[in-house]
Structure formats: structure tokens, C-alpha cells
Design a protein around this ligand. Sequence first.
Ligand code: MIC
Ligand code: SF4
Length: 644
Amino acid sequence: MGATLTEKILSAHLVEGEMIKGTEIGIKIDQTLTQDDTGTMAYLEFEAMGVPRVKTERSVAYIDHNTLQNGFENADDHRFIGSIAKKHGIYFSRPGNGICHQVHLERFGVPGKTLIGSDSHTPTGGGIGMIAIGAGGMDVAVAMGGGTYYITCPKVVKVELTGKLSPWVGAKDVILEVLKRLSVKGGVGKVIEYTGEGVKTLSVPERATITNMGAELGATTSIFPSDEVTLEFLKAQGREEVWTPLCADDDAEYDEVVRINLSELVPLAACPHSPDNVKSVDQIGPMKIDQVCIGSCTNSSLLDMMKVAHILKGKTVHPDVSLAIAPGSKQVLTMMAELGLLEIMIDAGARILESACGPCIGMGQSPNSAGISLRTFNRNFEGRSGTKDGQIYLVSPELAAVSAIRGVLTDPRTLGDMPEFKLPEKFKINDNMIALPVDEKDMDSVEILRGPNIKPFPVSTPMPDKIEAGVSLKVGDNITTDHIMPAGAKILPLRSNIPKISEYCFAVCDEKFHDRALQMGKSVIIGGSNYGQGSSREHAALAPLYLGVKAVITKSFARIHMANLINAGIVPLVFKNEADYDMISEGDEIVIDNIKDQIKNGTKIIAKNKTKSVEFELVGDFSDRQKNMLYAGGLLNYTKEQNS
Ligand code: MIC
Ligand code: SF4
């Protein structure tokens, strides 16, 4: 039996375990990336490990998220990350250089290599045939130190593409179609591998849009083969020497098959408030809109900008609409200027933003009250835009641009014929905004610049014999990390200050949670299914840790968040019978006796609801490594134990 592309790359990097699906495997990581929201913590953790220089083939620190500097905090954090990078052998992509995933694809990604990043959209790298996975900052810190990265050996889903996209139907519509079919939980424990004749009709930026938003499926990652199209892209980036052809064997066996005929796809939109709430433009109808935002790591490539400029040419943005455009990188922005696209957009009345995440993470451009905003982004969770009742629709750049002119949601196919948009044979290459680290011999001369915003991360204690704690919060299904630890311009500057940021923990669900949890001293959280979906932010584990949360009991967990809880020493447990969820109320006292022994002896964990005098069964499915981490009180304590 032949191998899938996923299996080929994973087995070439396997350092622990066996390629048995569902079991834990350890893989060697070739490259890492961080961004500034998660980076400060990741580098504090890296420092705590005491490794002088990164041991990866390439590690890059990006500044792209916290770029609104309305106080000293973000600027201090940027300086800290820059100095750490310079000292420890990490390339530093300065603010202004672009969004981590876009820049990494352009300048650093290598087919067949492994990449982990402290950002859930790291799978963008799958667009050039990498196994690129989003992870918590601690996992990235360990990988930078040369440590192994652990995942559950994934199932592999084949998405077979046939046909060719119709004019004005975009790559965004492909991934929205996949989301419609599989849902935000459909990818958990799986890698989504794209194959079939349709693959070669898609350029690298289009492939990257699809793998990027595969994060919204909850998938471990998504991947395209590395072929002639990949070579062309790398040539245009002046990096053809890193190309290797890579694809699955013809007789590879897959766990699931999804077939998509690209020719049959129509323009789609993910409606509020979930990326899988997908409808066709026809189904939604000509809804009046207030705002359009084009950009984010999903759709900010030069190709996207070429299409948008073509649509905006000679037009004016509708008087009732505000249009913001954030090009994905300095390369994209300079080429837009060179090709005259920028002038077209400015003429049309677009508000040009810096090359950064911007409105995608609530850094400005929050829509008006109950405003309807079309965005080319990947997430439309409630409140994420910064306007609590904002109605966010996720759409393609084609659809966004035409709607911005008409003032209503418009099918881009009404534009008629579409010219062929061809990427340039050579991109403009100027890496002057990527600062190089000093040589190892000079590292002592680099001073680490720490601003007052940077506070040490909370300490976690070894697992007690027994957990006895009240339920501080009970939440429903599909709770995102944006609920647990919200982002936005006001809160993000506190990412390196856990005591302060924890004041906002779960504020979207219950403003009193912070005070209640602190008062209780120790507590347990109860959640529904797919708890912790979305971002990789380990703050969604570190803030609860700081607030005394000892265990989180849910119907199921999202992959990265579950790993982050274990890394923080918080025990993630799953109801054996989902009906038991209904039996628990906020304030109930939960007791788990002999928790250490129970975890050691198998997956069955018995818990008691002391308030209701009932027993219920939980599942604690951990690898030996995870068990040891939980006993030690998290990854840092565990690593320290091992080192001594
Ligand atoms: C996001 O899109 O939610 C973020 C902001 O990029 C996060 C990382 C973070 O919270 O810092 C992600 O996707 O991992
Ligand atoms: Fe940045 Fe948005 Fe992409 Fe997250 S999803 S990395 S906030 S652009």
C-alpha cells in the first residue's frame, strides 16, 4: 500500500512512537514561527529553558498582531522579542514587514519540511507542501530548543478536486464549501490532503487560502502537493533551490474522501457567528452592508489584491460603506504600488491599512453597532471584531470588492467576463525588514530589553492527590478561545501580563467570572463539545491557571487548547456520558479522589458531584508523556524535572 503525502512527511520526521493513527507520535521540527501576541510568552518560556541558541533549521519571530501602539505595552513587547531574536539565533520580521503566514510562505517555507507556529493559522504553509501546524507557545519554545513536538498521529482525509473554478468564484469558496460539509469539528484529529486534477489549476496563494482556513475545521493541518505550480512560485520568490516534487502515492489509502468539482462551486459566505455557517450568496440575498475589510492571513496575497483592484478600477466605494484593505506583506504592498493597484484602490476610496492582522483581531476597524461587515478573513466569532453585536460574514475578496461598490451583498459573477490574473514571474524581493541574529560568539553583547509590561508567567504546582473544587463556570458547545481569553485592541497589549489579562477571562460569557474564580481559590470549569476551538493562544490556559482552575470537564476539546491545558498543568477531562453534562450546575462541588492513581491506571476516571450526591464517569485519555506533565504541573515543571 502506498503512502499519503502526510504520512511521507511525518514518517520522515518521526522520532518517537509509531505511525499508528490515534496514538501519540513525536516529530522533529525543522522550522518555527511566532507572532507578537503569543511570542512574548513563548520567548519567556524559551529563556526559562536555558538553551542559548535555537536548534531548528530556521526560526522566525514576526511582529504583526499588536501593531496599534496606543500605550507603551506593545512597543515594549516588540523590542523584547527583537532583542531575544537577535541574541538567540532567530530571524526577526520587523513591524511593517507583514503577516507571519504570508511572509513565511513568501520567504521561508520549504516543501517537505515541518513547521510549528504559535498561531493556529500556521497551516498556511501547507500551500507549498509543508506539514505546518499551529501550537501553543510552550510547544514552540521546546521545538526551538531542539525538543520533539508531539501530536496524535492523524487520520488523513483526501479532498479530491476536479474541474476548474468558474470566473469570479475563488479559493475562499473552496474552503467555505469544505467547512459547510465538514463543520468546525469535522477536521479534529485529521490532516486534510488535497489531491486530484483540480489541484494544478490553483496557484500557491489560492492553495494557501485553503490550507490557512483549514484551521477552522479543527484539523491538525492541511496540505497540497509540491508540484510545478509550487516551483513557479518559489522561482518567482528567488528560492527555487528549496523546491522538491512531493505528492501522495497513487495507491495511497485515505480514511475519508471528499469530492469537490471546482466547476460547480458558487460564491459563498460564512454567516454570523461561525465559519461553518455557510450559505450561498443567493440564499442570503442582496443584504445591505456597512463595512468591507479585505486582508488577513487568508486573503491578502498579490493575486487577491489584483482581483480587488480590477473590480475597484474607476469606481467609488458606496457612500454607506467603509472599505479597509490590509495587504498581507511588504512585498505585496510594494508590488501593488509598482503595478498601479494601490492608486486604483486609493482612488476608489479604500482605506489602506498597514500590512498586519489589523481588523481580523479587533485591532481597529470595529464595525458600527449591529453593523454588517463583509470580511475576507477566517473567523467571525461573536464579538471578535470589537463590536459585540457586529454581524460578520466571511467572503472571498472578489465578493467583498464588488459588494463594497454596490453597497449590498453582490454575486461577483454579475461582473461578467473575468480577465486572466497572472502572478508575476518575479516578485519584488527585499528582505531588509528581516533582521538577522548576531553570531553565537557575539550573543553576550546583546542586552534583552524588558519593559514593565512583561510579568513572569504563573507557576503551576504538581498535581494534588485529590481535586475538590466548585464549578466556577458552566458554558455550552463550541466555546472559542476568543470567549475564554478575548483579543482586541484594549486587551491584547496585556498578553505578557497574565495577572492583568486574566481580568478579562471569559468576560464575554460572564463578567463576574474573574472575581468569582479568584474568590473560590480553586475551581473547575464545565464545557460542551469542541471546547477551546480557534486560536492557539496559551493565555486561554494560563489565565485560568492564574485564577485557580484545576480541571476543565467537557464533552470534547479542540486539539491545540487541550495541549495548552496540559502544558499549563490543568487537567482536561471528557464526560463518558454526555448526559452527565446536564446534571451539573455552576457552584456544585466536584470531587475527584486519588486523581493521580486514577489517571495512572487507565482512561476511566470517577468523579463525584458532592452537591447533588451523584457519581459520574469521565475519560482522561493521556499518553505517558502527558500524564507525567500533568503530575509535574505542566510542561515547564516537567522539563525542569527532566533536566535535573
Ligand atoms: C487569531 O487569529 O485568533 C490569532 C490572534 O492569530 C491567534 C493567536 C493569538 O491569539 O495570538 C491564533 O489564531 O492562534
Ligand atoms: Fe492574524 Fe487574523 Fe491571521 Fe490570526 S487569523 S494570524 S489575527 S490575520
